[in-house]
Design a protein around this ligand. Structure first.
Ligand code: HEM
Ligand code: HEM
Length: 260
């Protein structure tokens, strides 16, 4: 009954407003923070190809449990994808509350943005637009990684980029996620007053510089990594589909021994 009254009047029987919007905002920030930090770790894993094919191969095997299991299990990757997807979906659903949903709201936002000419308001626009792109491309990537977790490796990933012509998809995803993620983390710091210190204005200027440095670093790293996969895919084009074999046969086994 009390739900019904609140549903009609927007207030509880005692006249209090629901705490739910604030709680939803909190969950949105927490999921955003998780995804933002996950993407940093993810970019380091993916860019191991820049060190060597063997190194990327070893890292993939390790993430598939080679240190503990007799045989590496790609199902572990699929499980990790499910966990990340759950957070991704929760974040996307909650974020949708913030998007202008009809022409009137959209017009009003644009007018305010133009009149205020305030950089942080314009940043929100970039975040909403890149979030919309991520909704499609991010979901497709996660579905692909879930279904093809056994096809991750120096050759399998590179063949996907070049022979399966997935590099334009990854280029768009990379641009969207890097801008969205670093703007998001910056906005999180401002929103919750993290690292505020004595002079909030000064901190905001510093945070903004840091945000740009992080965007440039991860975008640069991502582009070089993408180029490396495309190059390997191009060189491997006549043997696309063939799996990578380690060049040196030193391998750390699940029992802790080194196999030659
Ligand atoms: C389904 C795809 C996604 C959509 C639709 C989406 C959309 C949004 C929107 C509209 C906001 C601004 C919310 C506000 O003004 O309060 C936001 C915030 C944020 N997003 Fe996303 N996003 C998505 C995926 C991601 C991913 C993959 C990351 C990781 C890089 C991420 C990280 C963040 C962060 C850190 C925030 C700041 C949270 C806050 O202000 O409370 N998002 N997202
Ligand atoms: C547990 C979940 C995830 C796994 C296992 C995973 C795995 C991978 C792998 C193996 C690649 C290399 C290319 C390939 O083999 O196709 C890759 C690239 C990429 N992923 Fe993910 N990914 C995950 C989540 C995400 C999420 C949530 C996003 C952002 C929405 C994302 C964005 C990207 C981007 C932008 C690239 C290209 C990076 C570059 O070339 O520099 N990934 N991912």
């Amino acid at each position: 009954m009390s739900d019904l009254i609140e549903g009609f009047l927007g207030k509880s029987v005692e006249g209090k407003k629901s705490k739910l919007p604030a709680q939803l905002d909190y969950i949105q920030s927490a999921t955003g923070l998780f995804l933002g930090l996950f993407m940093w770790v993810h970019m380091f894993f993916v860019s191991t190809i820049l060190i060597s094919k063997d190194f990327m191969y070893d890292v993939v095997q390790m993430l598939e449990g080679s240190m503990f299991l007799k045989e590496p299990q790609p199902a572990i990757t699929s499980f990790a994808v499910l966990v990340v997807s759950a957070v991704f979906i929760a974040h996307g659903l909650l974020a949708m509350r913030k998007l202008p949903i009809n022409f009137r709201q959209w017009q009003s936002y644009r007018t305010h943005m133009g009149m205020m000419n305030h950089k942080d308001t314009s940043l929100w626009f970039i975040q909403a637009a890149t979030g919309f792109v991520l909704f499609f491309l991010g979901s497709a990537h996660l579905a692909m990684m879930f279904a093809k977790s056994h096809e991750i490796g120096p050759y399998a990933s590179a063949d996907r980029m070049y022979t399966d012509i997935m590099w334009p998809f990854y280029l768009l995803l990379l641009l969207a996620v890097e801008f969205h993620g670093s703007i998001g983390l910056y906005r999180l710091c401002v929103k919750w007053g993290w690292f505020e210190g004595a002079n909030a204005k000064e901190t905001r200027a510093k945070l903004k510089k840091l945000k740009w440095a992080i965007t440039v670093f991860f975008l640069g790293l991502g582009l070089v990594t993408l180029a490396a996969y495309v190059k390997i895919g191009y060189e491997h084009r006549d043997n696309a589909g063939e799996r990578y074999e380690r060049t040196s046969h030193l391998e750390l086994r699940h029992d802790g021994k080194v196999k030659a």
